[in-house]
Design a protein around this ligand. Sequence first.
Ligand code: ZN
Ligand code: ZN
Length: 308
Amino acid sequence: MSTVTELDIATQAVSDPPRVIAPERATIFADRARRFAALAEGHALGDWLQLLGRITQAQHAALQVSPVPPVADFPAVEQARQHGMPPVLCANWPRDPIWRDALRQIVTALKADPSAPVREHCAVLTAMPPEALELLADKVLRNEFHGPDSRLLPYVAAALQVYWTVLAAALGAGAIPMLDVPGVCPCCGSLPVASVVRVAPEINNLRYLHCSLCNTEWHLVRAKCAACDATGKVGLRQLEGSSLANAAAMRAEICDDCKSYLKILYQDKALGGDPVADDLATLALDILVDAAGYSRAGPNLLLMPGDV
Ligand SMILES: [Zn+2]
Ligand SMILES: [Zn+2]
């Protein structure tokens, strides 16, 4: 009997899907850049999606040369662990000025961009003193996306994504605990940008929420609201009769308990799909559910008010 029990435990240990998936430095932004380029083909917002692809490619290049910090040894990580908090909580993490190196690399990559407004934004960011850039970073991390500087925030957000993705990848899934609260990233405490129903061995058909900042993913059962944890009044909405390439793959999971929604990407309908890129290529779906009275439960940091 005990042999069977041990066998059961061993089998379960082998087959248990990962609760948390840390980002891969080599592929996370490169795959996203490719997805932006593919989604831009024939899209009404194709120029904008192509630009986002170029920003994402610059993120990839910046990430490849970012040093790997010994993040697990940082006192803040141990303090967070003792209090059951995300280990690199973005709200009070001692942000290293090195994030501005990523911003500098992104801005340098885009300074000769075909888009005149992008060249202008890059010139403004290049001339800004460090203190002003830190204030912009604080705005992004507080999800304050309005104001006269809002056009500059996607570039700052892109650099912060690189910095926090470095931290998440350096920590690894084993050092990122699951939280009692399903609606925030267990690595950095940010809100999810969307969720993904994965197609891959071991995690096939499982749903993971995707962090809007550090690209960590964490498991949440399907048909459960990420914002309020309720299951009773969750439904799906999708674009009907749309010519968008990913219209069938991206749906909005709405909750009538808290009147929020978050998009959900079905990878079996969009191989190569990416939660950030596919989200921005389906803004028509946001308009549809916004009009029905639902509020988005998490931001996409590459989208600022007035962008499109
Ligand atoms: Zn995160
Ligand atoms: Zn809800």
